[in-house]
Design a binder for this molecule. Structure first.
Ligand SMILES: [Zn+2]
Length: 294
């Protein structure tokens, strides 16, 4: 098992900021948790890859990022969150969606998602989280994020994401890159980058040749001097816990909690991100009810 990782770099005298990641382990873990169909695994895997890189761009220990895609296709809504330690988790409305492959044999992610919107929520510990939403451009996710960065954050960017499945529907390759142009980027740099993006193979083809984020960045940034500025692990991780759920139950308030107790059954809550089950017995609920009164 190889460790998923994110490489960050600057290129062309810091005119370009770049990130690349390999994410096979986290996407396979996600697939196992949710027992998802290939097209949903691919959609969640692309979002996880983008989210881990976007999360790693945040500074504060408690900062949180949420990517949400809501479409009118059979997949419904897909949600991925990341923290600044590049720990990510995903959930979806529907895990068993099957749509015909595209004519080129690739999984039809946009067909599963349909038309809709991409929302990015950044919770940076301020009073209100920052939230930006754009209409989906293609539903292939990378192009939608590229559009989001330009339209909502005024940062010209290029996003590449890819997930390739094995014949047995396990994850074979996953990863991606994000390039961001600084405001002082020259026309020459922009032109060179555009040429590179035209000629590079897809993310999954690059990962098939070499499963190495640094090698991917060297191809995308070919012809520019590049300096690696960081390397970190990234992982699928759910931070749910019993105390956290207890706080949620307490926050329901006396009336709701009292109602649950009156039904006379223990309450079972499943975490939508990792599948963990938490059971609360009637005496435990009564204890929480007491707390909610304080
Ligand atoms: Zn969980």
């Amino acid at each position: 098992m190889t460790q998923d990782k994110i490489i960050s770099a600057v290129a062309a005298g810091a005119q370009v900021r770049a990130f690349a990641c390999t994410t096979r382990e986290m996407v396979e873990r996600c697939r196992q948790i949710h027992n998802s169909s290939p097209v949903i695994t691919a959609a969640m895997g692309r979002m996880l890859s983008a989210a881990c890189m976007m999360g790693s761009m945040m500074k504060g220990e408690r900062d949180r990022l949420t990517l949400q895609i809501a479409g009118d296709g059979p997949a419904g809504t897909l949600t991925v969150t990341a923290d600044s330690a590049a720990r990510v988790k995903a959930c979806a409305d529907q895990y068993q969606v099957i749509v015909p492959a595209k004519p080129n044999g690739k999984l039809d992610v946009s067909g599963a998602i349909g038309a809709g919107s991409l929302t990015v929520i950044r919770d940076l510990g301020l009073k209100e989280p920052y939230s930006g939403s754009v209409p989906l451009q293609t539903g292939e996710i990378a192009e939608d994020l590229t559009y989001y960065f330009a339209a909502s954050e005024q940062t010209p960017s290029s996003v590449g994401l890819g997930v390739l499945m094995n014949k047995d529907n396990t994850v074979r390759r996953a990863g991606g890159f994000i390039l961001q142009l600084m405001p002082f980027a020259s026309d020459e740099t922009i032109e060179l980058l555009e040429q590179n993006l035209q000629k590079i193979p897809s993310v999954t083809e690059m990962l098939e040749e070499q499963e190495d984020p640094e090698a991917m960045l060297r191809r995308v940034l070919e012809g520019m001097e590049m300096e690696i500025t960081g390397s970190r692990e990234t992982v699928y991780h759910c931070d749910c816990s019993r105390p956290r759920l207890e706080r949620v139950l307490v926050s329901l308030g006396e009336k709701e909690l009292g109602g649950l107790i009156a039904e006379g059954r223990e309450v079972e809550i499943g975490c939508q991100f990792c599948g963990s089950q938490y059971i609360f017995t009637i005496p435990q609920l009564q204890h929480l009810l007491k707390e909610s009164r304080h």
